[in-house]
Design a protein around this ligand. Structure first.
Ligand code: HMG
Ligand code: MG
Length: 299
């Protein structure tokens, strides 16, 4: 007998993870309309943008304007912040939800944020404490939780250990990521059931890139492990510029379609989601490949 939740929370990462990998700059006005349309489709938690170095990720150079103009729910509209400078930039806005991000793999972390995993944690610990003193919501994105493009297989124990460090640092949520889309459902079930079991008080979210089209299968395995929060991107957009070979996130519309057909409430309206995808589609460098989009494509 399948054990399923009654409802699932979708954390939309399209405006951030979805667009950060696009080489051509997507006009800021288009990003704003995309974010607005995603809200109209029923998205309540969303990564808006990143306060990262614009030299490293030029696509996120308009982050301050995005936050100033698009902030709606200051605890549920999230901004990625890798370091002290990112958090100082966040503190200068009205947004009160930060996502810090660290790779289990040291090699990946060096490529992504130019620091070792342990140096990143040493920098972030007091910053997380400072954010929590101010009652901010803090999400920790744990990258390369299964596989790394440079180191290969990551041990479940190492991922578990980094999650524990983040929890001890005081975060509210763990978003545990298959950065290069290589995990299979047995691995997803094993890691997430262990995290659910050991860290029952934390908000636990799964973030699957869909490189090998295993995102839905992995989400199904996570539902069985008791996970009811998933990061997804409208149109299946996304990828990390520092994770070669990784493609987009599992598409929000495919996840919502599957869940709703199983009687699991998401609060997301599929036809309005297609309208949101249409806003960014002309600006992305590849066709939208999600099954739901292809079957319902407008002429
Ligand atoms: P660095 O070069 O070591 O930084 O980069 P630095 O501290 O030496 O500073 C160099 C310059 O960057 C200085 O400017 C700083 O002011 C500036 P300059 O004086 O040369 O003009 N700087 C910043 N500017 C704006 N915002 C900041 C900031 N920090 C420094 N926060 C750094 C280190 C972390 C900045 C860089 O490596 C970086 O920006 N990395 C971000 C990479 C990134 O965005 N990756 C994608 C997001 S993670 C992801 O996608 C994975 C996820 O989806 C989960 C999964 O799928 O795995 C979350
Ligand atoms: Mg990602």
């Amino acid at each position: 007998m399948l054990s399923l939740p009654e409802r699932v929370t979708i954390i939309e990462v399209g405006p951030r993870d979805g667009l950060q990998n696009e080489n051509q700059f997507v006009p800021t006005e288009v990003k704003k309309r995309f974010i607005h349309a995603l809200r109209l489709a029923g998205i309540t938690e969303m990564e808006l943008t990143s306060f990262v170095s614009p030299r490293w990720v030029p696509q996120m150079a308009d982050a301050a304007e995005i936050v100033a103009d698009c902030l709606d729910d200051k605890k549920k509209d999230i901004v990625l912040t890798p370091n002290r400078k990112g958090i100082d930039r966040l503190l200068a806005t009205n947004c009160q939800a930060a996502a810090v991000f660290v790779g289990v793999s040291n090699s990946f972390n060096l490529k992504n944020i130019n620091k070792s995993t342990s140096d990143s944690m040493a920098e972030l610990r007091p910053l997380i404490e400072r954010l929590k003193e101010k009652q901010y919501f803090v999400r920790a994105c744990v990258s390369t939780a299964f596989y790394c493009p440079y180191e290969g297989k990551i041990s479940e124990q190492d991922t578990h250990e980094l999650c524990r460090e983040f929890i001890e640092a005081g975060v509210d949520e763990l978003s545990v990521a298959d950065t290069i889309g290589m995990a299979v459902p047995s691995e997803a079930y094993s890691l997430f059931s262990r995290l659910k079991d050991q860290f029952s008080d934390i908000l636990l979210t799964a973030h699957f890139h869909d490189t090998r089209k295993l995102g839905l299968a992995n989400i199904m395995a996570c539902l069985q492990a008791g996970v009811d929060r998933f990061d997804t991107a409208a149109g299946g957009l996304g990828g990390c510029p520092f994770a070669p070979g990784a493609t987009g996130n599992t598409a929000t519309e495919d996840v919502v379609y599957m869940l709703e057909r199983m009687g699991i409430h998401t609060g997301v309206d599929l036809s309005k989601l297609l309208e949101a995808i249409e806003i960014v589609r002309p600006y992305v460098s590849h066709p939208i490949e999600s099954s739901y989009y292809r079957l319902h494509q407008r002429e």
